[in-house]
Design a protein around this ligand. Structure first.
Ligand SMILES: [Zn+2]
Ligand SMILES: [Zn+2]
Length: 1204
């Protein structure tokens, strides 16, 4: 006996003693005597394998090896490993080298594993068997995979000479343990019983006949028959409705034989799936024809007494076919030719077989792999048992009957459906794990989407990619993987599914059709979801915010062309400071359709206390945003903060700011004159277009390592304590840096300006305290007559409320902490608030603390509080345009017509000595009033210190302004200034396609009188005379006259010698109803003079020599008087031209009133004019002529002769 071998050394004795104890504990069924024999058998088995390994080093026993139990592997082995008792180091090295140069092979442990091979999971009900294999000892069971199973091995004790152990990455999965990969056939510890050959040959049916019997069930319904044939098709193990089964098909030696399908659904027979190899021949005994629910045709099925055995021709005999056929199918032969058609149809769906090695896991949740470094393998359409856990990088596969796609998403792809077989041909040598810890819930989600929506492969691949994009955007800092991927237990969709649903509902609505398993596996012509192959235009993508911003920025600057931003007819008359100012600000609006595929915006809505903006945020960064509930409504609900926002419709705005020094229009093509470019990117969206999904933010547990910390909104969880008070907000001041101290220190003097804002309003009722889940009735006010006005001061963290607070809205201010019971009533008594009270005249002042909460106010339950709401106050048109009270405040809503950069008003006055001029924004907005024919433009100046500028101040947007200062310019025009105490709110975004309306055609008399006529408008007139012409060349830099192309400025010479031409002409026109003086400029002058472009250019070249030519005519009677010297040929030409019929002719022009509606000068009264009729002087009252600015000018259309 080995244990008592006298020649063994002490260490061997000790080793054997340990082995004895191990076997006693883990392998013996009882603790009695027979164990000695088992130990002996095991040790003999070990010795035999050890001796054959060639790496013994002269030892009889593998002393460096130790026995390991199943339980020890499960609990202590956290890293993948392998063990090879039968291999020498060289053999291991050869095997490990197959892993590849850049791959880590499985590390070798010296462990001996002995156990029983079984298909019974633990001590569970045998009916629960699902075809999985296990290794079992007294300590437990462990899942295992092997390449070729001999059914006679089941239930026997084996020593496993070579195996790998792969611990599970899915710690939360059901099994919670890893699995074994058995690399070599196991070695039986005790001799296996012999399979006796049957004494009498088995009478079998061959597939051809068996197939026909399926059509004629009646006589054979109860009869058990044996089938023999070659395995031509083996389906995967299918699990539906809690039942597991597989279908195999036996065929004949000729490919013309129609394969006959056999279903195996007896739990104890599912393990056959491991033993069956396509191409081999088998006998299956005691089969019956049966009808399976959900299957349209009859099928052969195994019974509890069925057996599987290899086909040995000497032990079988064909059933009496003659008798059978005559009995059942009188007109059978010859075999129908349908089988040939079946094979044709199989070819049509492009199925093939392939052998290859898995080189990469492309997406473990979506079951996507890379094969041989060049193919994509999608295993999602085939339910692999245990999710194909052995399919890791390095595993060798044989694929049979799989669909082949030349190019889906650019890569050739193999995808087996339930018909195809994925056979493991070799285990991986690599250490790499198949799954990431999160992939388990991902796999479930992918499968769920695939099955519920019956997706074809292109859509499935897109879905997998979209989920990958979403995951990388949000997990793990904003959302945990399981929050995104998991479906809730009640079967409702999880976040990931909800985010994809709007897109998928269009392409693949759920519940379209159910996959027919039988049809997919057995029937010809083949039918499965993988055949529905059509090229899919990616419906959308989920780019990271950083990538989207970068893309938008690139597109915006790619379209930035100074030449196209400014019309050429206009640009060549502009001096450089005008030119550069016009280029200083421009914007582009990119809608999702600008991108391919259109992006879906996805992020968590956060409020920034650093900029006061709202932002969408993902792991890559953030994007400022401006949401509007509906046009004209204010966004007041901060409870949306922290929610996930998904947007398909939005406007991505890119504002471009340029600092340039173009000397004149001629250099516009030279990018070197652009010194600085700045970009502001943000998004405008309507809440109605957004899918808003509330999430429980994990960020409190996992603070984002990047970016500034975001203001967190304390959430009301559970019944809140504390006090609250309703507030009607009447005014909010703008967000800017003010001299407050952000910390509540004792020193009231500010260390530096802090971003802050003020709001004021009125308390509605008294303090309310929490009663259960509701607020109690308001406490009675101490003094009803006391002023309930309150002044609120926000800085530091509380700046985050800025976007939610709007005048006219009700809010509830909530203070959780009840340690200051009188806070809301008495006001803050800090020195800062005392100072504010003194300077503002309010009776109470609150400094809003970081943990205070503002909610949309709901006055429900408070007597007398219902229906209090305040509209936006608007000043009347007279109040706005009346110039008598400059310095007063006005409020109005208007549409922005244009936005330009301007030098800040205060920047020039207060900081006149500063070299850097500060820039502000000039908005020209259109006031619309019911009693005026056309909108009245008015300028609003927002000066530089008001940083950050509000988002969405774009031409076409409607804005409400409150508390603007009204001013009158030195040209007597009314304009407005946005002050630190002013408020503005975007009412609606610019429409994506601005509607251009044609101008009204009028008679000039319509413009006379007190009412404001339509302007701009168009009119058809006759040119009566030319009042003046001025042609000049000016220096593009300093606008002095250039004589012979040289700037005439005295003092320091100009840095450039660029000159631009300018021209203006004043025409007296009449249309039979009234007269008007029209001023035309630049290019319009050429049209007015009736000159073609080349004639105009020649004329201007002649003007270059004197630098300026001016012709003034006065109209006294019918005489024109020229006030310039007439001996100059150029003057003579102009004079002649201006009195010729080529100028004095009918014209069609568009114009606007020169006197702006915002100009406060009273209308000129009719004045007395002296005329001389021969000797007699006549005094006549003359209505002042209309003064118009020309917008465009052309010859009238020739009258349509045919229609007259
Ligand atoms: Zn298929
Ligand atoms: Zn100059």
């Amino acid at each position: 006996m080995a244990v008592e071998d006298s020649s063994s050394s002490g260490s061997e004795q000790a080793w054997l003693q340990v082995v004895h104890t191990f076997i006693q504990k883990n392998l013996c069924s009882t603790s009695k005597d027979p164990c000695i024999h088992l130990v002996e058998a095991v040790v003999d088995c070990v010795k035999a394998i050890w001796a054959s390994s060639g790496g013994t080093g002269g030892l009889y026993l593998p002393l460096s090896y130790s026995f390991v139990s199943v339980q020890e592997l499960r609990t202590h082995q956290h890293l993948p490993c392998c063990s090879h008792l039968a291999w020498s180091s060289t053999e291991y090295q050869t095997w490990a080298n197959k892993a590849g140069l850049d791959r880590v092979p499985l590390p070798r442990e010296r462990l001996i594993l002995v156990g029983t091979l079984t298909d019974l999971p633990g001590d569970l009900d045998p009916e629960l068997r699902d075809g999985s294999l296990y290794v079992k000892d007294n300590s437990g069971t462990l899942d295992c995979e092997l390449l070729d199973l001999n059914l006679s091995w089941l239930g026997h004790l084996f020593l496993f000479p070579s195996w790998s152990y792969i611990p599970s990455a899915w710690q939360r999965s059901l099994s919670g343990s890893g699995h074994l990969e058995l690399l070599c056939p196991p070695v039986p510890v005790l001799p296996l019983g012999f399979n006796h050959d049957p004494e009498t040959p088995i009478r079998v049916l061959y597939p051809e006949i068996a197939f026909h019997l399926l059509q004629h069930r009646s006589k054979f319904r109860r009869r058990q028959l044996h089938l023999a044939g070659q395995l031509v098709r083996l389906s995967t193990l299918v699990k539906t409705h809690g039942k597991t089964y597989f279908i195999l098909s036996l065929g004949g030696p000729s490919s013309a034989t129609t394969p006959v399908p056999i279903i195996v659904q007896i739990p104890s027979q599912l393990v056959w799936h491991h033993a069956l190899r396509p191409g081999h021949s088998y006998v299956l005994t005691n089969l019956q024809i049966s009808v399976i629910r959900g299957f349209s045709n009859r099928i052969w099925a195994t019974g509890p007494s069925s057996h599987l055995m290899p086909l040995e021709p000497e032990h079988v005999q064909e059933f009496n076919v003659e008798e059978l056929i005559l009995e059942t199918i009188p007109n059978l032969l010859p075999v129908p030719s349908s089988s040939q058609e079946h094979h044709n149809s199989i070819r049509e769906v492009r199925m093939l077989s392939y052998k290859g090695t898995v080189t990469k896991v492309l997406n473990d949740s979506a079951s996507l792999y890379e094969l041989d470094g060049q193919l994509c393998l999608c295993l999602a359409y085939q339910q692999l048992p245990n999710n194909g856990r052995a399919i890791r990088p390095g595993a060798q596969l044989e694929l049979q009957d799989v669909h082949f796609f030349q190019s889906v998403g650019g890569v050739p792809t193999l995808a087996p459906c339930l018909r195809g077989a994925v056979l493991l041909q070799g285990f991986s040598q690599q250490e790499s794990l198949k799954q990431s810890p999160h992939s388990f819930c991902g796999v479930v989600l992918h499968l769920r989407l695939l099955l519920e929506r019956h997706m074809g492969l292109p859509l499935y691949l897109w879905t997998a990619r979209a989920l990958e994009e979403i995951t990388s955007k949000l997990c793990p800092h904003l959302l945990k993987h399981h929050q995104l991927l998991k479906s809730s237990a009640s079967g409702t969709a999880g976040l990931g599914e909800l985010l994809l649903a709007p897109t998928l509902d269009v392409l693949a609505p759920p519940g379209r059709s159910i996959r027919n398993v039988y049809q997919e596996i057995v029937e010809d012509p083949h039918h499965c979801p993988l055949q529905e192959y059509s090229l899919l235009q990616p419906p959308c993508s989920f780019p990271t915010l950083a990538a989207l911003k970068e893309d938008a920025q690139c597109r915006a600057w790619a379209t930035f062309d100074p030449m196209t931003l400014l019309p050429l007819t206009e640009v060549n008359h502009l001096p450089s400071y005008v030119l550069n100012a016009r280029l200083a600000w421009s914007w582009v609006c990119l809608s999702p359709t600008f991108f391919q595929p259109p992006p879906v915006l996805l992020g968590v809505l956060v409020a920034s206390s650093h900029r006061g903006w709202l932002q969408l945020r993902d792991q890559s960064g953030s994007l400022p945003c401006l949401p509007l509930p509906e046009p004209s409504q204010a966004f007041i609900d901060p409870r949306l903060i922290g929610s996930l926002v998904r947007l398909e419709r939005f406007q991505l705005v890119v504002e471009r700011e340029v600092k340039s020094t173009f000397p004149s229009w001629k250099e516009l093509g030279i990018p070197g004159f652009i010194q600085e470019r700045r970009t502001n990117i943000y998004v405008l969206f309507s809440l109605a277009d957004a899918l808003i999904l509330p999430i429980h933010s994990p960020s409190s547990h996992h603070p984002s390592p990047r970016g500034p910390p975001q203001a967190k909104f304390p959430r009301l969880e559970g019944p809140p304590k504390g006090q609250s008070r309703l507030l009607l907000l009447s005014h909010k001041e703008c967000l800017m840096k003010r001299n407050y101290q952000s910390s509540q220190g004792a020193d009231p003097l500010p260390p530096k300006p802090t971003l802050s804002f003020h709001a004021s309003g009125t308390w509605l009722g008294g303090i309310q305290r929490k009663e259960g889940n509701d607020w109690g009735l308001p406490e009675p006010l101490g003094d009803e007559s006391q002023d309930q006005k309150v002044f609120l001061l926000f800085f530091g963290q509380s700046v985050r409320w800025f976007e939610f607070l709007h005048p006219g809205q009700q809010y509830r201010l909530i203070i959780h902490d009840s340690t200051f019971p009188g806070l809301l009533k008495e006001g803050d008594s800090s020195p800062l608030s005392q100072r504010i009270l003194e300077s503002t005249g309010f009776t109470s002042c609150l400094i809003v603390q970081d943990d205070w909460i503002l909610e949309p106010g709901n006055p429900q339950g408070i007597p007398g509080m219902l229906g209090i709401s305040q509209g936006l106050s608007e000043s009347s048109l007279t109040e706005i345009l009346n110039g008598s009270s400059p310095g007063s405040f006005v409020s109005f809503s208007a549409e922005i017509l244009s936005r330009t950069r301007c030098v800040s008003l205060s920047g020039t006055t207060q900081q006149g000595n500063s070299q850097t001029s500060r820039y502000g924004v000039k908005l020209t907005v259109a006031l619309d009033a019911a009693d005026v024919a056309s909108p009245i433009p008015i300028d609003v100046y927002i000066e530089a210190p008001h940083s950050p500028l509000p988002l969405g101040l774009l031409p076409g947007a409607r804005v409400y302004f409150q508390h603007l200062e009204k001013k009158v310019s030195r040209f007597q025009n009314v304009y407005c200034r946005f002050l630190p105490s002013s408020y503005l709110r975007i009412l609606s975004f610019p429409t994506e396609a601005p509607v251009s309306s044609s101008l009204p055609h009028i008679y000039l008399a319509e413009l006379q009188g007190d009412s404001l006529g339509p302007s701009p408008a168009s009119a058809s007139c006759h040119v009566v005379s030319v009042l003046s012409v001025q042609l000049l060349w000016i220096c593009a830099h300093c606008t002095s006259i250039c004589v012979q192309g040289q700037c005439s400025r005295q003092g320091p010479p100009c840095p450039t010698q660029a000159s631009v031409s300018q021209a203006n002409i004043r025409l007296l026109v009449e249309d039979g109803t009234a007269e008007a003086v029209v001023t035309c400029t630049n290019q319009q002058v050429a049209v007015a003079l009736g000159l073609c472009p080349s004639e105009w250019d020649s004329l201007m070249e002649l003007v270059r020599i004197p630098g300026k030519v001016a012709l003034h005519t006065t109209r006294a009677g019918a005489q024109s008087e020229v006030t310039s010297k007439t001996d100059d040929p150029l003057m003579f030409f102009l004079q002649t031209l201006c009195s010729s019929p080529s100028v004095l002719r009918p014209v069609f022009f568009t114009f606007e009133l020169k006197r702006k509606p915002t100009r406060v000068m009273p209308l000129e009264p009719p004045r007395l004019h002296r005329f001389q009729f021969g000797e007699i002087p006549v005094l006549t009252r003359v209505v002042p002529r209309l003064s118009l600015s020309c917008l465009s000018l052309r010859d009238p259309e020739p009258p349509d002769i045919l229609s007259s």
